[in-house]
Design a protein around this ligand. Structure first.
Ligand SMILES: Cc1cc2nc3c(=O)[nH]c(=O)nc-3n(C[C@H](O)[C@H](O)[C@H](O)COP(=O)(O)OP(=O)(O)OC[C@H]3O[C@@H](n4cnc5c(N)ncnc54)[C@H](O)[C@@H]3O)c2cc1C
Ligand code: FES
Length: 282
């Protein structure tokens, strides 16, 4: 079995995270117990029969081969995923792409910063860091109160992690502002030594990622962002997810890119491609 084999799996659990967002659980073990372990930050292509195949981050997994995806209903395929019931089948191809690398020093000040559905891969990473006894700070943002996801999960991590902050753009729950604004507030009194000990992992709306990138670049903070682009193949064949001018592919070389690559990407924070490959402004 390779990562590009499609496995047809049965959905065994569905959780409503908030209005318009559901987490689906399925088992990726084959009959002979063959099982590819995913890594936090990787994604899968989810095939809904007769509809489409779309990329989804892995939001959780365990040692028994149970994986989870957390899906926001935004269009045709995600709407079909939301209509699925326990016992229905989906096709899963993956795990695909690169992953969040665990810092080699536990003394690093780690920030996981996510906005909207971008929190999904960070939740998976948070679980791994907790397993490995790493301390870290989570900043999770959403547009409004009803869009916040994983609040109970993150509250339950509180004793195991350093800090947990949540925020909404309109201030309807938690702190008011973008996750990137909260990060700026938290580090505003840091000195150069403290900046050099920070490592930021982020995923969410690209404007938020771009703001974080600018802040991190200014203070030479280690920074990683998981990017989203429309994908057709998810495995380097179609070129739809190409990032100019380096020609890197989000599906093969990403979705996670470090600051040194991001600063070379003219597309980052500015352009994406539509389904035909035409470049459009963000
Ligand atoms: C690596 C990666 C990981 C992702 N992880 C998640 C996740 O964990 N949970 C989740 O809900 N979504 C995730 N997405 C986004 C998800 O793939 C899209 O929302 C989905 O493909 C939309 O399909 P649709 O048929 O429902 O929407 P469509 O009807 O095709 O389009 C609806 C809207 O979504 C936009 N869109 C379509 N495809 C994408 C895409 N690939 N990325 C961003 N916007 C898109 C369209 O431009 C349009 O505005 C991820 C995307 C990538 C690239
Ligand atoms: S989605 Fe086809 S090359 Fe990346």
């Amino acid at each position: 079995m390779t990562e590009n084999t499609i496995l047809t799996v049965k959905i065994h659990k569905i959780v409503n995270e908030c209005d318009g967002v559901k987490t689906l659980f399925f088992n990726m073990k084959k009959g002979n117990n063959e099982y590819i372990a995913p890594k936090p930050g990787q994604f899968v292509m989810i095939w809904v029969l007769g509809v489409d195949e779309v990329p989804m981050s892995i939001s959780g997994y365990d040692e028994h081969g149970n994986w989870a995806i957390t899906v926001k209903n935004v269009g045709e395929c995600t709407n079909s995923i939301h209509k699925l019931k326990i016992g229905d089948f989906i096709g899963v191809r993956g795990p695909l792409g690169n992953h969040f690398k665990i810092p080699n020093k536990k003394s690093k000040k780690i920030f996981l910063i996510g906005g909207g559905i971008g929190i999904a891969p960070l939740k998976c990473f948070a679980t791994k860091l907790i397993e490995m006894n790493y301390k870290f700070t989570i900043i999770a943002g959403a547009k409004t109160d009803s869009d916040l996801i994983f609040i109970d999960d993150f509250q339950s991590y509180k004793k195991l992690i350093s800090e947990y902050h949540f925020c909404t753009d309109d201030g309807s729950n938690g702190l008011k502002g973008l996750a990137s604004d909260i990060f700026e507030q938290l580090i505003k009194d840091f000195n150069e030594n403290e900046f050099s000990n920070i490592i930021v992992y982020s995923c969410g709306p690209e404007m938020m990622l771009y703001k974080l990138f600018q802040k991190c670049q200014k203070h030479s903070i280690e920074f990683f962002a998981s990017l989203e682009r429309i994908m057709r193949c998810g495995c380097g064949l179609c070129g739809l997810c190409t990032l100019d001018p380096l020609g890197l592919l989000v599906c093969k070389d990403g979705p996670i890119f470090g600051l040194n690559i991001l600063k070379e990407l003219k597309d980052f924070g500015k352009f994406q491609r539509d389904i035909t490959g035409k470049k459009i402004k963000m």
